[in-house]
Design a protein around this ligand. Structure first.
Ligand code: NAD
Length: 278
């Protein structure tokens, strides 16, 4: 029998999108979100399609570039420069991953930091590390929003983040640190992962390994946020085993937990970038 309360990311994301749409309607001109998709990776195509759809629903301008998989670094750079210089464009998103011949870090850093709605440029990562205002990566920002929705008391809490990617784990840890949590970061070389995660009042898992965290790796009553998404023959699953619901106090389901928050926070970031440019 499950004892944890499920955190309804779908409902929170829908509220965020409605708030953004209302605030967009009050602006003198609509935000413009430019998305760049390179190649035809099926998962990336689906993500970009959903981002564009939600962007239009929120009353924003959808500006899209679909570039061929064999495009050169210089041609992508030129496209980013063109979009960044377009006054209608208030946010630029380069969908990752890129084909392996392209240097992703260099291309991301071509996006002007104040239009970097994914929060992934060196400048925005630095701003986050220094606790200065800036655009934050969407998935960890969405996790923080969920924690605020359930009234999680982060100050002094022991937060364990599993995963240290630039996209999720690292910015997640920084955001929690900024909210005065005591943060431990785990990764693929951590010894005895379960012994560390069992100490967590708050456990955020973004390892990309299906059901990495079992019920035995969760402290009784802990808040568990599962960022992982995996397609299996039995449907979607996360990085946390469903049995953890018997032990946790609060937990995000997969699907319907963190997933819907990412696009909602992208819209929020695009609105913020637009307002900052006024
Ligand atoms: P990544 O592969 O870039 O990073 C994974 C991290 O996990 C690495 O730092 C690695 O050290 C760590 N790791 C790997 N195996 C481990 C193990 N056995 N024990 C401990 N740590 C381990 O992945 P990412 O981009 O951070 O994404 C992580 C997961 O979150 C993926 O499943 C991804 O699909 C999902 N994701 C979901 C959303 C969303 O919107 N919900 C957004 C981004 C990523």
């Amino acid at each position: 029998m499950s004892s944890a309360t499920l955190i309804d990311g779908k409902a929170v994301a829908s509220r965020v999108r409605e708030d953004v749409a209302r605030e967009v309607a009050a602006l003198p001109a609509p935000p413009g979100l430019a998305t760049i998709l390179i190649g035809d990776d099926p998962a990336s195509s689906v993500y970009v399609r959903n981002k564009r759809k939600q962007c239009v629903k929120a009353g924003m301008r959808d500006i899209h570039r679909h570039l061929s998989a064999d495009i050169t670094q210089a041609a992508v750079a030129a496209e980013i420069d063109r979009l960044a210089a377009d006054p209608r464009v208030t946010g630029v998103l380069l969908q990752l991953p890129l084909p392996p011949h392209l240097n992703a870090a260099e291309l991301i850093d071509r996006i002007p930091p104040d239009k970097d709605v994914d929060g992934l440029t060196e400048t925005n990562a630095g701003r986050l590390a220094l606790g200065r205002p800036g655009l934050r990566p969407c998935t960890p920002a969405g996790v923080l929003r969920l924690l605020d929705e359930i009234g999680a008391d982060l100050s002094g809490a022991h937060a364990v983040v599993v995963g240290r990617s630039d996209l999720v784990g690292k910015p997640m840890a920084q955001l929690l640190l900024q909210r005065h949590a005591t943060v431990t970061m785990c990764h693929s070389r951590t010894h005895d992962l379960a012994a560390v995660t069992r100490q967590a009042d708050l456990l955020v898992v973004a390892a990309g390994v299906p059901r990495l965290i079992g019920a035995d790796a969760v402290k009784l009553g802990a808040t568990v946020i599962d960022v992982g998404i995996h397609h299996t023959s039995n449907g979607l699953c996360g990085d946390v085993d469903a049995k953890a619901q018997d032990v946790a106090g609060w937990i995000t389901p997969v699907p319907g937990g963190v997933g819907p928050m990412t696009i909602a926070m992208l819209l929020r970031n695009t609105l913020t970038a637009t307002r900052n440019a006024l």
